[in-house]
Write a protein that binds this ligand. Structure first.
Ligand code: MLT
Length: 260
């Protein structure tokens, strides 16, 4: 399915994929930093923001990756593009990179992982999905996730950013959130496939990320020949909004290093 998305700027195409249960506005600071030099395609992934679910009401990481391709095709973007994804968006970016390597020129993985859910985490997601359906509200997910998302500095100095993320989460549709939780729980592991990535790859992890700590990113980066690993200070799981300057600088540096 074609996704609701922003299409701004001009130049080489960069696609940015948000995390769960957020929307494209996660990327606003990075989009503002890149739009004078790049064309940014920034979708709401299925079941998030203004993008609905397919008719069968289900979600999956590979389905999301397919939607991104369909969206690029609908925009007649056929050349290889840079794809960046944060956490769930990183799962989607990895799916694209591994299944459609001809469509990517480079990969940026923010605060994400390549391992599948453990049975305990998958079970926790099912409990949360049932709680969301039972309450008819995404509040159980907000209560479970929000305390883990941010660095101490963000909590102390930028409560406005935390409030904004709470609002984005609260605006999501409970039925879509439950479907996404179930899709996340059955996503395949990709760790063994990491060495087959053949595009320049940037790993970017918040130093205080409790959900996907930098050690997770370093272990992934070790499996990808020639990749770059950057640890972002003063950032937790949502580095692009917690320390936008450091993210912008690392991404600029990476994009400038790519062959024309
Ligand atoms: C996210 O930020 O997208 C989530 O932490 C992903 C997940 O729950 O696996």
């Amino acid at each position: 399915m074609k996704l609701a998305c922003d299409d701004v700027g001009s130049g080489p195409v960069v696609v940015l994929l948000h995390g769960f249960p957020l929307d494209r506005t996660l990327w606003t600071p990075l989009v503002d930093a890149l739009r004078s030099t790049h064309r940014l395609i920034v979708p709401d992934l299925r079941g998030h923001g203004r993008s609905g679910l397919p008719e069968d009401g289900t979600s999956s990481i590979d389905g999301m990756a397919h939607d991104v391709l369909e969206t690029l095709n609908a925009l007649d973007i056929r050349e290889p593009v840079v794809v960046g994804g944060l956490s769930m968006g990183g799962y989607v970016a990895l799916s694209l990179a591994l299944h459609h390597p001809d469509r990517l020129s480079a990969l940026m993985l923010f605060d994400t992982r390549s391992d599948p859910d453990t049975p305990e985490i998958a079970q926790r997601r099912e409990v949360l999905a049932e709680a969301v359906e039972g309450a008819g509200s995404i509040e159980p997910v907000i209560a479970a996730m929000l305390p883990q998302l941010f660095s101490p500095i963000t909590r102390a100095q930028h409560p406005d950013r935390i409030e904004r993320i709470r609002e984005v989460m609260a605006a999501q549709t409970p039925r879509h959130v439950a479907a996404t939780l179930r899709g996340l729980a059955v996503r395949p592991g990709r760790t063994e496939e990491l060495p087959s990535l053949a595009v320049p790859t940037l790993f970017l992890f918040g130093r205080d990320d409790e959900i996907t700590p930098p050690s997770v990113g370093r272990a992934m980066a070790k499996r990808v020949a020639g990749s770059t690993f950057v640890e972002v200070p003063d950032a937790g799981h949502l580095a692009p909004i917690e320390n936008p300057e450091a993210v912008r600088s690392a991404v600029h540096h990476f994009l400038n290093s790519l062959p024309d």
